[in-house]
Design a protein around this ligand. Structure first.
Ligand code: WQD
Length: 348
């Protein structure tokens, strides 16, 4: 089976690519490298070579807004007699804070880019799609844990682009319900790294997200962790999130492909999270316990677009995809630290 993996050299994409290749899928990675390093491809190959695995991997440097490029990718696959069976679509911008300062760029890349991709898939009769959505679409949590029927009310432009794409997907499916097979996966907070330490999270510039910032404090690249608010409506006052090990998340994508392959047509929106909520202070404590590192921090004011609590009800994923997260918060800390220790400056 041939899978087109857009955004396949990013943190999430690279881990999905590795699992797909280990499973014997033929993988085409399309990435603009705007928020990732092309070194990831060599790391993936090094890992598979070390395991003496045969694999079929091709990487294409490009932007999903380039319709001509997308056409050529599908046309070339047909010419090679290896048409694209499924698209896992991750390519997009994902910083909540950056989406406030540059909203039109987010609408352009995330929404216009996805529109391009869906038009191309339709044109070349590729009707199987796994889409990278986000728990950010839920916005302020009325109640936790949040199930898929939770109110959708994004409070930042990034989340609004994800809602727009889910609406596009919904309309596309309903325009021809006998052919499309779509899973929209709503990620909570993907963290950690592949246990080999060969790939992991390597944000460009100063990390927006807690976990990579924390591992950079531990390795000495950042002086101290800013905790954005200790006056949230939570037990210890810091924000609560659902941290899911990146390999559990990647396995959720393979389970989605298996699910799509078992259906004639379908449209499903599914949460992918650990199902547990941990506060910032709990993360710091677990990380220090697991790694022996000391994490200095200071309390700062809240960030725009933040919410107090967000963690997933994952019963639908368990039932529909026969998937369940296996890795603990301790494993997340150990694997995340192992990656950072082996790669103090990421993929550079
Ligand atoms: C987690 C908690 C912060 C940084 C992310 C992605 C977004 C989406 C959802 C995929 C919050 C606190 C953070 C720091 C801190 N992912 N924090 N100091 O905000 O849940 O959003 O997941 O779609 O793209 O951004 O994750 O890691 O930024 O914040 O105190 O330096 O840690 O206030 O409570 P968030 P995060």
């Amino acid at each position: 089976m041939r899978v087109l993996l857009t955004g396949g050299s990013g943190f999430i994409g690279s881990h999905i690519a590795l699992l797909l290749l280990e499973r014997g899928f033929d993988v085409l990675i399309l990435d603009s490298y705007v928020n990732s390093s092309s070194n990831v491809i060599n790391r993936i190959k090094a890992y598979l070579d070390k395991k003496d695995l045969n694999y079929k991997l091709k990487s294409i440097n490009g932007d999903i807004r380039d319709k001509k490029l997308l056409d050529n990718i599908f046309i070339d696959s047909i010419k090679e007699k290896k048409p694209i069976d499924t698209v896992i679509h991750l390519a997009g911008l994902k910083s909540v804070s950056e989406s406030f300062s540059n909203p039109l760029h987010y609408w352009d890349v995330n929404v216009i880019g996805t529109l391009n991709l869906l038009l191309t898939m339709k044109e070349y009769k590729c009707y199987s799609l796994v889409f990278s959505s986000s728990a950010t679409i839920y916005g302020l949590s009325n109640s936790v844990p949040m199930a898929e029927d939770h109110k959708i009310s994004p409070i930042n432009p990034y989340g609004k682009t994800k809602v727009a794409i889910e609406n596009m997907i919904y309309d596309l499916y309903n325009s021809n319900i006998n052919v499309w097979k779509i899973c929209s996966l709503r990620y909570f907070n993907p963290v950690g790294a592949h246990p080999s330490g060969l790939i992991g999270e390597d944000p460009i510039g100063i990390p927006n997200n807690l976990f990579p910032y924390l591992t950079q404090v531990a390795i000495g690249r950042q002086k101290s962790l800013n905790i954005y608010g200790n006056d949230w409506d939570t037990d210890d006052g810091s924000g609560i999130r659902d941290y899911i090990h990146i390999i559990d998340l990647a396995e959720g994508h393979l389970a989605s492909i298996d699910y799509l392959n078992s259906k004639e047509s379908c449209l499903e929106f599914v949460n992918l999270g650990s199902g547990k909520g941990y506060s910032v202070f709990q993360i710091i404590r677990q990380f220090e316990l697991s790694t022996g590192c000391k994490i200095p921090f200071s309390i700062e004011s809240r960030r725009d677009g933040d919410v107090a609590k967000s963690y997933a009800d994952i019963s639908k994923a368990k039932k529909l995809l026969a998937w369940t997260p296996k890795r603990s918060l301790e494993q997340i800390c150990l694997d995340g630290w192992n990656w950072q220790l082996k790669n103090p400056y990421g993929f550079q």
